[in-house]
Ligand binder design. Structure first.
Ligand code: MD6
Ligand code: FE
Length: 219
């Protein structure tokens, strides 16, 4: 319905919190007001550590482009997935976690009922139209007690939220610019993914979706 699209860039409500599972929350519009600041910080990160398309251990090139900031960054290549303090592309440390990122991640975690959250890694995903993320579990982190905080910017996306087994039924959630998902606890290892992003034009972000996922990798 076109009336929904007209308002897609407005905060969807005054901060509605939707519970997606026993340990998972969708905080609608939680990052909306910081979006311009977050985008400027992403620009600064990508100037140092550019977005790149990683190759999976199975030999496929991912459609999502990725970079990182923080003490550790996630990367994939033919030999596996790992967190590393150095950007394999530049062989330099990943850019530091911008202050605005750390503050937002901590306040989202608190809002979702998790104890103080100090992420040591932030994966930044860029989705051009058509890019998708197939169902996966986030299990490369040592500290599975900490939640993951995920921030959506730019074009909307359909988030696929499955169960603990790959073939469990999947629920679809629409994520919009400024939405934050926090999940942990019993939901920490649930399968999830992102459907192919539809082309569009977001006034701040352009023809793409950006996602920040904050993790605590080392316990
Ligand atoms: C994305 N997010 O939304 C990809 N993982 O672009 C993830 O893979 C993800 O959003 C763990 C927790 C939250 C997430
Ligand atoms: Fe994930």
């Amino acid at each position: 319905m076109f009336t929904l699209d007209l308002f897609a860039d407005q905060p969807r409500s005054t901060g509605e919190r939707r519970q997606l599972g026993p340990g998972a929350w969708l905080l609608e519009g939680f990052a909306f007001e910081q979006a311009a600041e977050l985008l400027a910080a992403i620009e600064a990160v990508q100037a140092e550590s550019p977005f790149r398309h990683l190759v999976t251990p199975g030999g496929f090139t991912m459609s999502v482009a990725m970079t990182n900031c923080g003490r550790l960054g996630w990367a994939s290549d033919l030999s596996g997935y790992r967190y590393s303090p150095l950007d394999p592309l530049t062989r330099a440390p990943w850019p530091p976690l911008p202050e605005v990122f750390a503050t937002l991640a901590a306040s989202a975690a608190i809002t979702a009922g998790y104890p103080p959250f100090e992420p040591d890694a932030c994966l930044i995903n860029a989705y051009a139209p058509g890019a998708r993320l197939s169902l996966h579990q986030d299990k490369d982190e040592q500290d599975l007690a900490a939640p993951i905080v995920s921030v959506s910017l730019g074009l909307p996306a359909v988030f696929l939220f499955g169960g603990h087994k790959r073939n469990d039924p999947v629920t679809r959630y629409h994520l919009q610019h400024g939405d934050v998902v926090v999940w942990g606890g019993e939901d920490r290892l649930r399968f999830h993914g992102v459907s192919p992003v539809k082309a569009g034009e977001h006034p701040l972000v352009g023809n793409r979706r950006l996602n920040l996922t904050f993790r605590k990798v080392t316990a």
